[in-house]
Write a protein that binds this ligand. Structure first.
Ligand code: ZN
Length: 384
């Protein structure tokens, strides 16, 4: 979320002011000993001293690498070699970092409001433009569901506004998680299936558009490297990469409405992946299985779904079909997992189009969830 605290902005602004005055090239100003008032608890001077000594220490520690990064891949501005202007911005960044750290350590302490810290999902950028275009109710649902501040039965009990913390449908403990993803009554009524289908429809739409696109075929046969002569520009035209680019005639089936029947020319099976795309020549087969889980369970669902189709995939491969299986998850509060990006990239949706597509999928899940939330007290379920 793009919300920095007001306190952070205040601290940084004060620090900027003090630094500008202290390091002024006009001796009358820098020597005047001007104090910047900031109240009793927090002193801007101390904060700057701390930030500067921390930056000094970072110089001594040197540049460190993360994971499997190569040496020298990270550039680090060094305190010692920086001029006044650079130092000023470095101190401000350092202050922001420290603020951010306090914020996250506080989130870790909070059990339910901070549970998003445990999600292993790509961050979602909510821009101001988007904030303006959100419907108020929808935005409120997004923010409050992420931080578990919605008036679910357990929260109402906690806030002493009601006596009964049970789910209106089944009578079990009615936490937000229960209502959104693990109520057995809601499951048997088909509420979760409905949400799943909403997201699936969006995904099918995205893939269908990509399928219908006119794509230049990849050349087969010997592959030549075209050298670019001196002074010549490399031609920007390139044939796309991705599974869909390997054939021109793709067929697609989606498990919506009437039950999907696995293409008989490939193999006979009673299994029904959510989306099946195949091409006869060359023999290619893509299966997509979608889950809309509670965000904390994304990895678990991925593993479960991964174990569902290896036999089917092996059978297809034995019959000469090159096969891909993509289990993908879109968190029920609108957070697509890494597997979504991976799948989109693999079929050939790249760059900005990929971001837009993932975003649309998240939005679909979020909208459906907020609808389920609004109708949580209705005993019967009639999908509209
Ligand atoms: Zn329930």
């Amino acid at each position: 979320m793009p919300f920095n605290s007001l306190v952070e902005e205040y601290k940084v602004a004060k620090a900027r002011l003090l630094l500008t005055l202290r390091d002024s090239s006009d001796e009358k100003i820098s020597g005047a000993g001007i104090e910047v008032r900031t109240g009793r608890k927090w002193s801007v001077k101390q904060a700057i001293d701390q930030a500067e000594s921390s930056l000094n220490l970072q110089d001594i520690v040197g540049t460190t690498n993360k994971g499997r990064e190569g040496l020298g891949i990270r550039f680090k501005q060094r305190w010692r070699d920086s001029d006044k202007v650079e130092r000023r911005s470095m101190v401000q960044t350092e202050l922001r970092r420290a603020e951010d750290e306090t914020r996250s350590s506080r989130s870790v302490q909070l059990g339910s409001q901070g549970s998003w810290m445990k999600w292993n999902l790509p961050e979602r950028q909510l821009t101001w433009q988007e904030l303006w275009s959100y419907e108020p109710l929808q935005l409120s649902f997004l923010l409050r569901s992420v931080y578990d501040l919605l008036p679910s039965p357990t929260n109402l009990k906690l806030w002493k506004l009601s006596e009964d913390p049970s789910c209106p449908l089944c009578g079990n403990v009615g936490s937000l998680r229960h209502i959104m993803s693990s109520c057995n009554t809601a499951l048997s009524q088909g509420r979760y299936r409905w949400r799943h289908d909403q997201v699936l429809r969006e995904m099918a739409d995205i893939l269908e558009k990509e399928r219908k696109k006119d794509r230049p075929l990849k050349k087969t046969g010997p592959h030549f490297i075209n050298f670019v002569k001196e002074g010549e520009k490399k031609s920007a035209k390139s044939t796309g990469t991705g599974i869909l680019h390997d054939s021109k005639n793709w067929e697609m089936l989606v498990d919506l409405g009437k039950k999907l029947k696995f293409p008989e020319e490939v193999t006979h099976t009673s299994l029904r992946p959510d989306i099946v795309m195949w091409s006869r020549s060359p023999k290619l087969m893509v299966m997509v299985e979608l889950t809309v889980p509670w965000e904390e369970r994304v990895e678990e669902s991925h593993e479960i779904k991964k174990g569902k189709y290896p036999d089917l995939a092996d059978t297809c491969k034995e019959r000469g079909w090159k096969t891909w299986v993509f289990p993908v998850e879109v968190g029920c509060r609108g957070f697509p997992s890494q597997s979504v990006w991976k799948m989109l990239g693999a079929v050939g949706i790249k760059g900005g189009a990929r971001n837009t597509a993932a975003h649309a999928l998240g939005k679909a899940a979020e909208r459906a969830s907020s609808w389920l939330w609004l109708r949580r007290n209705e005993p019967t379920w009639q999908p509209s």
